[in-house]
Design a protein around this ligand. Structure first.
Ligand SMILES: NC(=O)c1ccc[n+]([C@@H]2O[C@H](COP(=O)([O-])OP(=O)(O)OC[C@H]3O[C@@H](n4cnc5c(N)ncnc54)[C@H](O)[C@@H]3O)[C@@H](O)[C@H]2O)c1
Ligand SMILES: [Zn+2]
Length: 382
């Protein structure tokens, strides 16, 4: 037998930066992240329609900024695409971005700069990853959830066949730039919903962070930007550390601790036709898996109560009608999400649970009767 074997590795490096007024001309952060051997680098901006509406002066600011930094950046176009989950459901959106990459001659040395919520960043990142097998992309997240979780990671995605994130790539960005000013125009719903990803990562990794969120709950619901900045920073840091240090940045194995609470979340999002926001679904998913851990004897009653109370105090939802839907017999329909989760990951079913606040662990089986009890308990708690 003949064989030619090879082994190589690729090092990735990117940073998440925290700033204010990113497009004020004297702020050089964005232009500093752009590098081209033949400057100026072509830049295509993809902007979330929610941001475009909330910040009508943004387009003008981008034009002035790129003009002022014309030695490094060449603005080809500013494309506005529909914000929200529909960005990931609508084939036209993806086509629109790919077409712009084609029309404006965006190449592997050009930059696609996406500004928006997690959904727009996911589809824009996906388009950047597949066009020319990879165009450089910079993420400018504008929601709490995108700044503390989805925007700082390595995944890009698009929904297909009624399945969330069915299409996607692992493709790290060149840089992530969080501008706290953008958060000012978020609806209260989107301001709060991203906090659930911080609760998630605190529960599996960092009890001190969990205590801090408890202390700050009132300030957070009252839109205290200082408390929110601290939460976003620590949450982003824990996510980025996990990706870099946990030995599986591109999720080849079966474990996915950062998806704690997510098997139910993804199912509830699609069952509700995306009426339920990702962050809201994660809050419900966390509560459910904590109650499951309690019924299965892994988690103490006092920790379970603390977690449920924090979710309540943050005005995040604990349930939704879809959670109790039983069209398919005597089990709750949401439980089909367990197998869909396994299928999406491949390999063995691996669900992260917690044994105490700050300590995640994995199980490979879910006991249906404990899960039914957990759903019933959640109905009472809500
Ligand atoms: N890639 C990943 O690793 C990853 C991780 C977690 C979640 N996600 C994905 O992220 C998505 C959820 O992201 P999200 O919570 O940011 O919601 P979203 O992207 O759906 O945005 C919510 C709404 O806020 C609007 N908006 C955005 N920024 C605004 C601002 N500053 N002011 C006013 N309105 C604004 C949007 O137009 C939209 O209507 C889901 O699709 C989820 O699957 C991806
Ligand atoms: Zn999530």
């Amino acid at each position: 037998m003949k064989q030619i074997s090879q082994r190589f590795s690729v090092t990735y490096h990117y940073a998440a930066y925290f700033t204010e007024n990113l497009f004020s001309i004297e702020n050089s952060l964005l232009t500093d992240t752009i590098f081209s051997e033949t400057p100026p680098a072509k830049c295509l901006f993809v902007v979330d329609s929610g941001i475009a509406e909330a910040w009508p002066q943004l387009t003008q600011a981008i034009r002035q900024y790129t003009n002022a930094h014309a030695d490094k950046m060449y603005l080809t176009a500013i494309l506005t695409i529909e914000g929200g989950e529909n960005a990931k459901n609508n084939q036209q959106t993806l086509h629109h971005i790919l077409e712009a990459i084609h029309t404006y001659g965006i190449c592997r040395h050009s930059y696609l700069i996406a500004i928006g919520g997690g959904a727009v960043l996911d589809v824009a990142g996906y388009a950047a990853a597949i066009a020319h097998r990879g165009v450089r992309h910079i993420r400018i997240p504008t929601t709490v959830l995108a700044q503390n979780d989805s925007g700082v990671g390595v995944k890009n995605s698009f929904n297909a066949f009624g399945k969330k994130n069915f299409l996607g790539t692992f493709q790290p960005p060149v840089a992530v730039i969080n501008d706290s000013k953008f958060l000012e125009t978020l609806s209260q719903r989107d301001w709060l919903s991203g906090i659930s990803e911080a609760i998630k990562v605190a529960l599996i990794k960092d009890a001190t962070f969990f205590e801090q969120i408890e202390k700050d709950a009132k300030a957070l619901t009252a839109r205290d930007s200082h408390a929110m900045q601290a939460l976003i920073y620590r949450c982003a840091e824990l996510h980025m550390q996990h990706i870099a240090q946990n030995g599986d940045p591109f999720e080849r194995g079966s474990a996915r601790p950062l998806d704690f609470g997510h098997w139910a979340a993804h199912k509830l999002e699609s069952m509700s036709n995306y009426r339920i926001r990702h962050g809201e679904a994660v809050a419900i998913g966390i509560a459910l898996d904590c109650l499951y851990a309690f019924h299965a004897g892994y988690l103490s009653e006092s920790d379970t109560i603390r977690i449920i109370n924090l979710i309540k105090n943050l005005k995040l939802p604990l349930s939704a009608p879809e959670l109790f839907q039983q069209l398919g017999g005597d089990t709750y329909d949401v439980m089909a999400g367990i197998n869909e989760f396994r299928e999406h990951l491949g390999g063995n079913l691996t669900i992260t649970l917690i044994s105490s606040i700050g300590s995640g662990f994995e199980v490979h089986n879910i006991n249906n009767s404990y899960m039914q009890q957990a759903i019933d308990s959640l109905r009472q708690a809500a």
